[in-house]
Design a binder for this molecule. Structure first.
Ligand SMILES: *Cc1c(COP(=O)(O)O)cnc(C)c1O
Length: 225
């Protein structure tokens, strides 16, 4: 039980240390605790440590957790693959969707965002590894895609998201993230300030290359049950 709290505190220290090491302000690196497949009690312990941002991949699972934790002021981030028949649930439950990579999905999220809620915060997923099987917009297509999605008034396009192919070598990790950063830096729009990249495996390399939002599961909660 105390393990989750210890891991969370250690992780926060590693994030801050990486920021300092690479000349970043630790306050500019926001942690999304990826709680997919983790039980509510583990999430509650992390909330007690002050964590407010949580990431989920599966809508049915997320719906139960979000309802159970509703009295707390949390921000929920959808980071999984989104099918078009599930957009209504995502647009209703979440504050953020990180994995937008098709205009049809963006249009549906826009149309289905409840009128009473603020615009849904969006990141555009970039396919840096060039794997055809993976989601994400190809680097050359990102600027036009960002322009198209920005026209949707019930969405607020906040930045880019990337999940490069797993890589153990630190310099290779950095190279993939650097490519995402260069695409990000070329887009000048108001409030386009989020670069969502870095997981348990590679967040230090992501921070070195300008990540402003790391999505970390295992290093917070331990292995997923
Ligand atoms: C599961 C997941 C993460 C977290 O991965 P860990 O290795 O547990 O830190 C981050 N981003 C996405 C898109 C995920 O699906």
């Amino acid at each position: 039980m105390g393990e989750t709290i210890d891991r969370y505190r250690q992780l926060r220290q590693r994030i801050d240390a990486a920021a300092v090491q690479y000349g970043r302000n630790p306050e500019d690196v926001r942690l999304v605790a990826v709680s997919k497949r983790q039980p509510l009690d583990a999430i509650r312990r992390v909330i007690d440590c002050g964590q407010r941002d949580f990431g989920e991949n599966y809508l049915q699972e997320a719906e139960i957790k979000i309802a159970a934790l509703a009295p707390q002021a949390l921000e929920w981030h959808f980071i999984g693959q989104l099918q078009s028949n599930k957009t209504r649930q995502a647009a209703t439950l979440f504050d953020w969707v990180h994995s937008v990579d098709r205009l049809k999905i963006a249009q549906r999220l826009n149309d289905q965002r409840p009128a009473a809620a603020p615009p849904l915060k969006i990141c555009i997923e970039v396919n840096v590894s060039g794997e055809a099987s993976k989601g994400g917009i190809l680097p050359a297509d990102v600027p036009d895609f960002v322009d198209s999605v920005s026209a949707l008034t019930r969405l607020k396009v906040r930045g880019l998201m990337a999940l490069p192919a797993p890589e153990t070598d630190f310099e290779r990790q950095r190279r993939a993230f650097r490519q995402v950063f260069s695409i990000f830096a070329a887009i000048t729009r108001p409030s386009f300030d989020i670069l969502s990249m870095g997981t348990s495996n590679d967040f230090e390399a992501a921070i070195a290359e300008g990540s402003t939002m790391v999505r970390i599961g295992t290093a917070v909660f331990g292995p997923r049950p």
